[in-house]
Design a protein around this ligand. Structure first.
Ligand code: GDP
Length: 306
């Protein structure tokens, strides 16, 4: 079994690579839920949905989120009715959020709701939200305190971020089966997702970090950065909130207590000694995943570690 810890868009690229290169039933994908929010009264789980849509073959490949060929009629009408519509929701996507919101209101935990959605959409891998309890990533910024979506989507990640916290994390518990999956896996991969806002919340759920330290599985992490810059989004700008520098070496510092191997870009090869000083082995290769072939190749290289 292979366990993948992930956020949304960047992590999903590698998740798809693994999905193509292994038996889907052998994959357990653990998703960040710190970005979850109520939008027009609906419970939206952006990272869970990106992963589920990716595994179901529904993802919009151009955007990296939402459903391919979706329409936005409901959003247009919401705008006409005076609602804020900076958070884009497609019509088919809204069906997911309606279903999730109903099942949660009926008392089902998010993990069971996610399993139900996966079942209906034909996903054979296991997708686990990191926790059934509500956790919310809050950023203290130059423009006040913002949720992740307010910072990332509405403010286009322009405000300076002074610090961040995962509200509710102390009272959260790992989803049923999550710690067991980490323990029973042969390989655990920390996907190239934002270390502060995607991976950070997953690692902060009580028990997860300890499970990663204690597992007999090989634990590998893939860098979301090259040359101190993210492939997309603000990951490099947020590394300081973890108290580390914005580079593959900073990533090694942040993950050193549990990571056996860090996969960095070949262009960052000169950072190998800086990574190794944290006791983390290095694989330098191409970590850019533009095509399906790139995603599959990187997944194969990771599988070769075991
Ligand atoms: P979010 O929830 O949409 O923020 O998604 P993630 O946290 O999963 O992904 C964002 C991260 O993916 C960013 O830090 C990007 O630098 C990284 N990323 C995007 N594309 C690639 C890629 O092709 N290769 C690698 N290694 N990282 C990528």
């Amino acid at each position: 079994m292979v366990v993948l810890l992930t956020g949304g868009t960047g992590g999903a690229k590698l998740v798809l690579g693994f999905h193509e290169e292994t038996a889907p039933e052998d994959l357990v994908v653990v998703c960040n839920t710190g970005d979850d929010s109520l939008v027009h009264g609906l419970h939206v789980s952006p990272d869970v949905d990106t992963i589920v849509y990716t595994l179901a073959g529904l993802i919009d490949p151009a955007k990296g989120w939402g459903i391919r060929d979706d329409t936005f009629t409901v959003l247009d009408q919401l705008r006409r009715l005076g609602n804020e519509t900076w958070f884009q929701l497609g019509d088919r996507d809204i069906a997911t959020h309606l279903t999730r919101t109903r099942l949660l209101a009926e008392g089902q935990p998010l993990s069971r709701v996610t399993a139900a959605l996966c079942g209906e959409l034909g996903v054979r891998s296991t997708v686990l939200p990191m926790s059934d309890q509500r956790v919310e990533t809050r950023l203290s910024t130059s423009e006040g305190e913002l949720s992740f979506q307010e910072y990332f989507v509405k403010a286009r990640w322009q405000p300076d971020v002074l610090s961040l916290r995962y509200r509710g994390i102390e009272d959260s518990r790992p989803s049923p089966g999550l710690l067991e999956a980490i323990h029973d896996a042969v390989l655990v991969v920390v996907c190239p997702s934002n270390p502060a806002t995607s991976i950070g919340p997953v690692l902060a759920v009580p028990g997860v970090r300890e499970a990663l330290r204690g597992t007999p599985a090989k634990v590998a992490a893939v860098s979301p950065m090259v040359g101190g810059r993210s492939f997309s989004g603000p990951a490099h700008k947020l590394m300081a909130t973890l108290g580390v520098e914005a580079s593959a070496a900073g990533l090694a510092a942040a993950y050193r207590d549990f990571a056996d191997v860090l996969v960095i870009d070949a262009e960052d090869r000169e950072l190998q000694p800086a990574v190794e000083q944290f006791g983390v082995d290095v694989r330098a290769t191409s970590i850019r995943m533009d095509t399906l072939a790139d995603k599959k190749r990187l997944a194969r290289e990771l599988l070769r570690l075991v």
